[in-house]
Design a protein around this ligand. Structure first.
Ligand code: NAD
Length: 364
């Protein structure tokens, strides 16, 4: 066979094109599309919500565990095919620094342990997703933000409602001005707490009571709906069972003023079930969710009828969003600063209860 110059050029071009295509395919295959998570603390939330959610995520994968209970190691390893080299306890946790297979540590421990494990995780070179409330104090939140910044790691707080379609619709509708200027929000979340010996009733592990645990959802809703930061708060606490609630708050009601003049009327309790809602009232209309903060079954109503969207797995959405931030090198929409702002408002609420005075919220 004789090859003309034309066929030579043609075949060279075809060869080059096919080489480029192969290279592009290899590159695409190499490109990271999944972020590996290690769960730190395997209690109720990790077991019943987060690990199952990680079976549905597109970009986040359950690859490691950190537990203080040796019996859980085999159970979790078997159930979720976790490699033995990706299993840590609270003492050897820092060795995770050498483990290239783990990208994110998700802190699902009692609140009082969030700071320590976030700082240790960041110092080990891992991105951190931390459950709410971010920490026991604004000072701890600042230390966590600083540690992640210093190590060039991303930090996000587990504010799942910010990924939920009913919440997003309410925020967008309020901020669009559809119902005119907003006048007031009422928001509350509470439940009757059981076991009197659990960590949620101990000041050092919980940082506070109902307000820190669930009142924070009502606070978040007010901040999320308005996009504003509270200027000042006035708060009162009621304690019906001083023995059970010796260390933490039982029932709190508070009001917050936003810079635009919107008044927020909020409540939280560990004494009874049923409050799980918000309503926002504008000049020409209103909307609200009840239940608002549950894992599923969110229901909405408005002046114009029901608010209906598909129910989603909020944890899966939150983790996929954080994974995408890491893959695309973007900041989370629920960064550490978001957790800090909640803690600053919470501290003002506690200060107001103590002094009986209207209390300014410190700036972040
Ligand atoms: P949990 O009590 O069920 O689990 C806590 C885990 O921490 C357990 O595995 C326990 O063994 C471990 N732990 C380590 N040291 C401990 C200590 N000194 N005392 C007690 N436990 C210790 O709690 P949870 O309900 O899984 O809550 C964990 C975190 O998740 C909390 O910060 C909580 O606020 C948050 N949370 C968030 C949501 C949400 O909807 N985002 C829901 C529930 C809990």
């Amino acid at each position: 066979m004789t090859l003309s110059r034309r066929t030579m050029i043609g075949s060279t071009a075809a060869l080059t094109a096919s080489t480029l295509l192969t290279q592009a395919k290899t590159h695409a295959a190499d490109e990271k599309t999944t972020v590996n998570f290690a769960l730190v603390g395997l209690g109720s939330l990790s077991t019943n919500q987060i690990a199952p959610a990680l079976q549905k995520t597109k970009h986040a994968k359950l690859a490691g565990i950190v537990t203080g209970t040796p019996e859980k190691e085999k159970i979790w390893a078997d159930k979720y095919s976790i490699k033995s080299e990706n299993i840590y306890n609270y003492e050897n946790f820092d060795k995770i620094a050498a483990n290239k297979d783990i990208d994110v540590v998700y802190i699902v421990l009692p609140n009082g342990m969030h700071k320590e494990f976030t700082v240790r995780g960041a110092n080990a070179g891992k991105h951190v997703l931390c459950e709410k409330p971010m920490a026991n104090s604004s000072e701890d939140c600042r230390a966590m933000i600083e540690a992640c910044k210093k190590n060039d790691r991303k930090l996000a707080v587990g504010y799942r409602c910010q990924f939920e379609p009913h919440h997003l619709y309410c925020r967008d509708t309020v901020q669009s001005g559809k119902y005119g200027p907003l006048h007031a929000i009422e928001a509350g979340f509470g439940f009757k707490i059981g076991d009197p010996n659990q960590w949620r009733l101990k000041a050092d592990l919980a940082g506070g009571g109902a307000l820190m645990d669930v009142g924070i959802y009502a606070l978040q809703a007010c901040r999320f709906l308005t996009g504003e930061e509270p200027v000042a708060v006035t708060a009162q606490e009621t304690k019906m069972d001083p023995k059970k609630f010796a260390e933490v708050d039982e029932t709190i009601t508070w009001t917050m003023t936003m810079p635009s003049g919107v008044n927020c009327y909020c409540s939280t309790s560990y004494a009874f079930n049923g409050i799980n809602r918000f309503n926002a009232y504008g000049e020409s209309g209103w909307l609200g969710l009840d239940p608002a903060y549950s894992y599923k079954g969110i229901k909405g109503q408005s002046k114009d009828g029901p608010i209906q969207f598909d129910q989603i797995d909020q944890f899966a959405a939150e983790m996929d969003a954080f994974a995408q931030c890491i893959l695309e090198d973007r900041q989370s929409k629920v960064p550490g600063e978001e957790g800090l702002r909640d803690l600053l408002a919470i501290e003002a609420i506690y200060a107001s209860i103590k002094t009986g005075q209207r209390t300014k919220v410190q700036e972040a």
